[in-house]
Design a binder for this molecule. Structure first.
Ligand code: 5RP
Length: 230
């Protein structure tokens, strides 16, 4: 099956399963979350009353094009469900996110969410985090080369993310270093080391964040990994 079709299948399955009329819903970012937003737009067109919060300007624009009501996060007490993608998923449902550049807002929205649902195709499954994707780390522009040295001391090769020959700038106005590790043995320890580096705004480890992970397989079936009980 085509990659886009696998993304669509898993995104629609997640929306059909978890989004109910009247809910507050978080909208993820990326090429898989794109299909979830499109499906949510269809539900709104069918008459669902949903209040949504976007994890990026890109997703907010798409949602508005789809006729979805988008509000600021501070206008809701909490989100019933957020549907978002991931760059890596390990067997314990720990994640790397942020290749789409929205990790900061994604983490804030996830923290305000009761049920974080992650959608991905099976190419995102790994035995150990960091073996396929780099770990994105969002940093302040001020002194970012010094922040880079401190990241490198954690055992990775950090590369400043570029776009059109210029450093990529996030919705928060920051830079991203994509940190290539030879696999991450202890993500909790690594996160604690990265978070105390001055200049680091947020890291792309999403640990104990996913409530459900839906994975689309090459044959078109969708498998649900659940680490927590309802
Ligand atoms: C954006 C993200 C995305 O969820 C992640 O990059 C997956 O994107 P895609 O569905 O396009 O593979 O974390 O910051």
């Amino acid at each position: 099956m085509e990659a886009a079709e696998l993304k669509r299948i898993v995104a629609e399955k997640a929306v059909n399963t978890f989004v109910k009329d009247g809910m507050n819903v978080g909208l993820g970012t990326g090429s898989t979350a794109y299909f979830a937003i499109k499906r949510i737009g269809q539900l709104v067109a069918e008459g669902y009353d949903l209040t949504c919060v976007a994890t990026s300007v890109q997703s907010e624009n798409l949602a508005k094009e789809c006729g979805i009501k988008v509000v600021d996060l501070d206008q809701v007490d909490s989100l019933d469900v957020t549907i978002d993608g991931a760059d890596e998923v390990d067997p314990k449902m720990q994640l790397i996110k942020g290749l789409g550049g929205a990790l900061l807002r994604e983490k804030i929205v996830a923290a305000a969410t009761i049920r974080e649902v992650i959608i991905a195709d099976e190419s995102k499954l790994v035995e150990k985090l960091g073996t396929k994707a780099p770990l994105p780390v969002e940093v302040l522009r001020f002194g970012h080369e010094h922040t880079r040295y401190a990241l490198k001391r954690q055992g990775c090769e950090p590369t400043l993310r570029m776009r059109d020959g210029e450093p990529f700038v996030t919705d928060g106005g920051n830079y991203i270093y994509d940190c290539r590790f030879p696999g991450i043995d202890n993500p909790f320890f690594l996160e604690s080391r990265i978070d105390v580096i001055p200049g680091v705004v947020e890291n792309g480890l999403f640990l104990n964040t996913a409530y459900d992970v839906l994975i689309s397989r090459q044959d078109g079936t969708v498998e649900r990994m659940s680490g927590q009980t309802d």
